[in-house]
Write a protein of this length. Structure first.
Lengths: 756, 158
């Protein structure tokens, strides 16, 4: 009988190719006759384009195509996953530092780069908006042309949308103590080690596009609209991305590359530099004002939250980030009243997009930090305060929505135990604990086809992008388990819209649940065909036969699936095919257009010490506990959780974009923008999972991958506060910022250090 | 002024004679001329380590080295690690310990680890972390990478 595949950590599918250098990422693929493209950008954020002269560029030997907005269909097509606001190339005005004005394609990279440098753009620099405050100034220039927002009452402002959610009556809810503070979260970038890359080539009467994208089918739909081609003539090939983190979800420069390829009649490739990726994707920054009302018995009365998210010059998916990120802003607590007003604000900066956590880390940082302040004001232990208010399983903590779908107390208690909460600390050390929650997918559609071949080997088709989370391995485990095949007899095919059936997206930690269920259903369909076959072969009633996890049970014996399949298929061979669909329809009346399929729930606890002479924060112990329902692959779960935890330390301790007054990014690239290295790790990192098999995915799995990042900042800042007595409400907690806060404390003799 | 120069180098044990542009980096030549695309390009300024290869046994950011500087050198890339289709101990340990997620930084991590262990077959945890600090992993499986390197060291006779 087959070994247990689910709940174990078998060999990673695609692992061998990754350690031998044979894994093909987009930039590793070359097409015959390909041209190399380079984008032309301006050294300012916002400028009026007066004249573009491409004549010198066109004369560079080897240059085949030079395009400006004037060379594109008119009016220049605009696109975006939410709003059609981004032009294929800048029209009339650039709106952020790095926005392409023109593009060149040539026989060689060198020729393309030389020609791009010779495109002469005459421009007039205009004042740029890079902060929330300046965007909201009544005299501020409008980032978006109001003509792009017909009928929108906010069109004459830089506010894109306002999302309101709430219940109860915050103003009437009695509270004994009200704590009010403001918190800021920096602008940070994904910094996938694989920079974005795009290729397009004429393909018969259509086009083929190779891209580092997470959502190939969404891209296909948008490209089909821009190019006026049926979906069947837009083939998107999406090799496994080298890290995505949300930054590769959406369409970027595929349209301009496609137009160049169609014009040249040849393949065109555009591989971004790391600097260009910094100018292509980032997380929304945020400023959050929180008023937390509490009662003297330690229960919460209300949360009153105003969250301003700074998006870029084009919306991308950031409005959805604001909406969904703020929605569970009040946290997983029993909350008599809540009022959350979240605004998405446009600016002359890099278009913000999805980024692991999807708007939740920003608001979580503020709200969880403010809960600490409330606990201190009440004189209640911070862990006890959270446990007292935490929703119990089955409780609707947002009155109309999916109730608490896990034993969250278990997760929080476990994190407390693992950090040694309440035990004595060395001098200069502090502890913090925080809870993260995120809505899982609210809508979704995933199809899978599974083929059981005549020898018992299996091919799984799944449109998920395996960008490092290990989706291929998880789907192979499910198929191996259900169809009784060895893991290395399962092939998982992804990343080609001409071959693999539709999948809406790879985001919101959905794939194990939604695509996993589709794969499982496809396998179940094959199991049912095996049952029919077994009934025929053994002259039994189907009702007398069960097929489960690779085993066919007849009344008098057990057979493997292969023992039924071979005689069942007969001398012609052939195969069995199963299809599975996993659908979560939209609910139009829901504030998120759908209740979450599950919640990602995490508790992070930190012990830190601070070098007061330098302001350096050392994470002594980092505990992260996630409720994952069921870890289908425990090793991969650990890798995702620990990776997310360390990524969370990035925006907590070191990462942030720096702009100059002209709106230029001053720290483009790896030298000036630091992310965690092997020298920035917690001295101890401990991850654990809670598994109660209570999720909606296969075998009770829930989505996971973002959870361990959500509340890192609040837990670290709380530990820094306990270690030093200083409260810092702006991220990142750089040595300079911590050191200054400590200096301030020492200058102010009245500064309370009683909480130490 | 010359635009190209002939060079000869040994890449993964094979002699290669090439005419290279004088401003081509070793990374460009490996990826574009020799089609050894296992070595990855990311930051191009010697900070991320994705392009790490061994030149005469030393770990080098191949984006910072001109190809002409590698004339006469022994160059090893990730493609040369496995022998006769069998993964080497580091490759095996990376997979066993879960040190590979998206895999884009993996070739550079492996080559840096290879150089580290060659110079110091029994490193401490601190020495591994410092030795690999020039190799960024945004999936952040640093703990697993460190475990893999230490496991290989443990299996190496003293």
């Amino acid at each position: 009988m087959s070994a247990v595949k689910v709940g174990a950590s078998p060999w990673r599918v695609g692992g061998d190719a990754r350690v031998t250098g044979h894994q093909e990422y987009v930039a590793d693929i070359h097409l015959p006759g390909e041209l190399h493209a380079k984008l032309v950008t301006l050294p300012v954020a916002r400028a009026r384009i007066l004249r573009v002269d491409t004549s010198a560029a066109a004369q560079v030997p080897g240059v085949r195509v030079v395009v400006t907005a004037a060379d594109l269909p008119q009016p220049v097509p605009r696109y975006g996953p939410q709003f059609k606001d981004r032009p294929v190339l800048a029209v009339g005005e650039t709106k952020y530092h790095g926005e392409p004005v023109a593009a060149v394609a040539a026989d060689s990279k060198a020729a393309a780069e030389a020609a791009a440098g010779l495109v002469r753009v005459e421009y007039e620099e205009l004042p740029a908006i890079v902060t929330i405050t300046s965007a909201l100034d009544s005299a501020a220039p409008l980032v978006q042309d109001p003509a792009l927002r017909p009928g929108d009452p906010l069109a004459a402002t830089n506010v894109m949308r306002v999302h309101r959610v709430g219940w109860g009556d915050v103003d009437a809810e009695p509270a004994d103590v009200v704590i009010e503070n403001s918190y800021s979260f920096p602008m940070v970038t994904h910094f996938a080690i694989e920079p974005h890359a795009f290729m397009a080539a004429p393909d018969g009467d259509g086009i083929a596009v190779w891209t580092t994208i997470q959502h190939p089918y969404w891209l296909q739909r948008i490209l089909s609209g821009i190019l006026g081609l049926p979906l069947s003539r837009v083939r998107v090939i999406a090799p496994d991305p080298g890290g995505g983190f949300g930054g590769k979800q959406q369409i970027k420069y595929e349209p301009v590359v496609a137009f160049m390829a169609l014009q040249a009649g040849r393949p065109v490739r555009l591989v971004l530099t790391l600097e260009e990726t910094f100018q292509a994707v980032r997380r929304t920054a945020a400023e959050v004002r929180v008023r937390t009302g509490v009662r003297s018995d330690g229960t919460l009365a209300f949360q009153d939250i105003k969250a301003d998210y700074l998006m870029g010059a084009y919306v991308d998916i950031a409005d959805r980030v604001v909406n969904k990120g703020s929605y569970v802003g009040a946290g997983p607590y029993r909350m008599p009243a809540a009022r959350i007003v979240a605004r998405g604000i446009l600016s002359h900066t890099v278009p913000a997009t999805a980024f692991r956590g999807f708007g939740n880390p920003q608001i979580n940082w503020a709200v969880e930090s403010n809960l600490d302040e409330a606990a201190r004001a009440l004189g209640i232990d911070r862990l006890e305060f959270r446990l007292r208010n935490l929703a119990r399983k089955g409780e609707a903590f947002i009155p109309w929505d999916t109730p608490a779908d896990g034993d969250w107390q278990q997760t929080v208690r476990r994190a407390g135990e693992l950090i040694g909460w309440g035990t004595p600390l060395p001098v200069g050390h502090g502890r913090g604990i925080a809870i993260g929650i995120k809505s899982g997918p609210t809508t979704g559609l995933s199809y899978s086809t599974v083929r059981l071949l005549a020898d018992g080997s299996v091919i799984v088709y799944a449109g998920t992008s395996d960008m490092g989370q290990g989706a291929r391995t998880v789907f192979a485990q499910i198929a191996a388990q259900e169809l009784g095949a060895p893991m290395d007899w399962v092939t998982v095919v992804m990343g080609d819209t001409a071959i693999v059936p539709y999948d809406a997206q790879t985001s919101a930690s959905r794939s194990t649940v939604l695509m996993g269920n589709a794969v499982l259903k496809a396998c179940k369909s094959i199991q049912s065909q095996i049952r029919t076959m077994a009934a025929r072969l053994h002259r039994l009633d189907e009702a007398a036969i069960t097929v489960e996890r690779g085993v066919v049970r007849l009344p008098d014996r057990e057979l493997t699936i292969l023992e039924v399949l071979k005689p069942g298929l007969g001398s012609l061979g052939g195969e069995l095919t199963g299809n599975g669909e996993s659908r979560k329809d939209a609910e139009p009346d829901h504030p998120l257009q759908g209740a979450p399929a599950f919640f990602e729930f995490n508790c992070t606890a930190i012990e830190a010490r601070v070098d007061e002479g330098t302001g350096d924060v050392v994470i002594v112990r980092h505990v992260t506990v996630s409720d994952v329902g069921k870890a289908i692959n425990p090793l991969q779960v650990r890798m995702q959780d620990e990776g997310a935890a360390i990524m969370g330390l990035g925006h907590t301790l070191m990462e942030h974009y720096i702009f100059d007054e002209a709106g230029r990014v001053r720290n483009l690239g790896a030298i000036d923008y630091r992310i965690p290295t092997s020298m920035d790790l917690p001295l101890e990192l401990h991850s654990e999972v809670v598994e109660n098999a209570d999720g909606p995915g296969p075998y009770g799995a829930k989505g996971m991958s973002e959870g361990a990042l959500l509340c890192v900042a609040a837990a670290v800042a709380a530990a820094v506060r306990e270690a030093t007595g200083v409260v810092i409400r702006d991220l990142p907690l750089t040595p300079e910022r911590v050191w200054r806060a400590v200096q301030e404390r020492d200058r102010d003799p009245a500064h309370g250090r009683d909480e130490r | 002024m010359v635009d190209t120069l002939p060079i000869e180098m040994t890449v993964n044990g094979r002699r290669r004679a090439l005419e290279v542009a004088v401003n081509s980096t070793l990374l460009d030549v490996l990826r574009d001329d020799l089609e050894l695309t296992g070595t990855k390009e990311c930051c191009d300024v010697g900070e991320c380590g994705a392009c790490t290869v061994l030149v005469n046994g030393l770990a080098v950011d191949s984006c910072l080295m001109l190809a002409v500087e590698a004339d006469g050198a022994e160059v090893s890339t990730v493609e040369g690690l496995a022998q006769d289709g069998k993964l080497n101990p580091l490759q095996q340990a990376f997979l066993d310990k879960g040190a590979v997620q998206c895999g884009f930084c993996t070739p550079g991590q492996l080559m840096a680890a290879q150089a580290l262990l060659a110079a110091n077959p029994h490193p401490t945890l601190d020495e591994v972390q410092e030795g690999l600090s020039g190799n960024l992993c945004r999936c952040a499986c640093y703990v697993q990478i460190t475990e893999a390197v230490l496991a290989v060291a443990e299996g190496t006779p003293q």
